[in-house]
Design a protein around this ligand. Structure first.
Ligand code: UTP
Length: 416
């Protein structure tokens, strides 16, 4: 089918006007646009848009789900003997260099609004400002001091920020981390759709795309040869964390050790919700499998349910500190993960080049979520850590979870 037929069949005829315009103005851009049009998976996009319309009913998402408490281990309550035993198991994996670290850095960071990849954001901590990538490297260098090994570090970027990320890390000499232990890979992307389900054009007359969500990490690791690379290096465990937590502990023997001892293939570190209505995703079991439910999905009465000790039943907040066996990552990479739609602001370019700036959300972005990979397992290990030691997110430009709050948490933790 040629591009014209494709567009007509999929109700995207508006793009024909752009092609007609470019035919007179810019042949190279016209060719690029046509190539993009030919490469879109319309069946997938049509399905995604149909699901968006269906999901406008907020009850729908949780309708068929049976939600239960997911047990966790409170690290602060481990006895000395338990701690020692778990630590030893985790330490052995680390010192044998069987643990790899993956940093997810493919997000757009729209809420922060920083001009560049989030990892290149300079956080004004004491005694001197540090980039988010630098903070991660320092954490890995601490692990080198502690366990005597340079762990292999993988960074997931997007088509949009891969070059900027690579250039930045090169320029800063990877903040002293040995480059033979660093690999950068690229995740995929998907087109955005406007509220009528139409493809959007950007200022370069290309179809506007965005990274396809951190849940695509599994498939990207398979497609980009990362799983094979890890196998070749004898790696058996993988920690996956986000780029935007200034207190991330990438190398945690307790999390890895306990996951192994409990015979699980996946594990995660949580923190206790600050208060029942806190707007965070929490761990649970959904239809018998480990999951995270978003604050928008959880019914009001469930947020306040407690156990006999007065602990919230759904109080373990997800901070994206996940650990997997490499086999688990490979298993998930072969499965289909659902896409979730987010209503976002997207500037749009009209045929004549006029850009319409978005002031309100006007488009749908499709993302897979990393925690949707948990459902392919019957159980997972959950370790509760201490919020002040583990979590200093940089999400928003101001207010909650902003550089200002992260700086304070960072300085307090390091007693600076
Ligand atoms: P968020 O979901 O907070 O998104 O990502 P974000 O891109 O940082 O920020 P907003 O929502 O646009 O403001 C959590 C982690 O997942 C990574 C991010 O880089 C961050 O480390 N991520 C997100 C990806 O690697 N790829 C994606 O497609 C999305």
């Amino acid at each position: 089918m040629n591009y014209e037929e494709l567009l007509i069949q999929n109700k995207q005829e508006h793009l024909l006007d752009y092609i007609k315009y470019l035919d007179e103005k810019d042949q190279a851009k016209k060719e690029t646009l046509i190539k993009q049009i030919e490469n879109i998976n319309y069946e997938q996009m049509n399905k995604l848009y149909a699901t968006t319309l269906e999901m406008m009913n907020p009850e729908k998402a949780l309708e068929a789900a049976f939600v239960e408490h997911l047990p966790f281990t409170n690290r602060a309550k481990l006895t000395k003997a338990e701690y020692k035993k778990i630590f030893a198991v985790g330490k052995e994996i680390i010192t044998n260099n069987q643990l790899a670290i993956v940093t997810m850095a493919g997000g757009q960071g729209t809420r922060l609004g920083h001009n560049g990849p989030k990892g290149t954001f300079l956080l004004d901590v004491k005694p001197e400002p540090k980039y988010l990538f630098q903070i991660i490297v320092e954490d890995l260098l601490h692990a080198k001091e502690e366990y005597g090994v340079y762990l292999n570090w993988y960074i997931m970027t997007s088509n949009e920020n891969n070059k900027m990320t690579t250039d930045f890390l090169e320029e800063h000499n990877y903040f002293g981390y040995p480059t033979d232990h660093v690999k950068i890979f690229v995740q995929g992307d998907l087109p955005l759709l406007d509220e009528q389900g139409k493809l959007i054009v950007n200022k370069d007359y290309e179809i506007k795309v965005a990274s396809d969500g951190n849940g695509c990490i599994y498939k990207s690791m398979a497609d980009e040869g990362i799983i094979d690379d890890m196998k070749a290096k004898g790696i058996e465990w993988v920690f996956v964390g986000s780029v935007d937590n200034a207190l991330v502990k990438n190398v945690d023997p307790i999390l890895i050790g306990l996951t192994k001892i409990e015979g699980n293939e996946i594990g995660s570190k949580s923190i206790a919700k600050a208060y029942p209505q806190e707007r965070v995703g929490v761990f649970c079991k959904k239809n018998g499998h480990p999951a995270v439910i978003e604050y928008s999905e959880i019914p009001e009465e469930m947020t306040e349910e407690v156990d006999e000790d007065g602990e919230l039943l759904y109080g373990e907040a997800n901070i994206m500190n996940h650990v997997y066996t490499l086999n688990a990552i490979e298993k998930i990479s072969k499965e289909e993960l659902p896409y979730h739609s987010a209503h976002k602001k997207a500037d749009m370019t009209m045929v004549d080049g006029t850009v319409i700036k978005a002031t309100e959300p006007n488009a749908y972005k499709y993302e897979a979520f990393i925690f949707d990979g948990f459902k392919f397992f019957n159980n997972m290990t959950l370790v509760r850590g201490v919020r002040e030691n583990e979590f200093a997110p940089v999400k928003n430009a101001e207010g909650k979870d902003s550089p200002a709050t992260a700086v304070e948490l960072y300085n307090n933790y390091w007693k600076l």
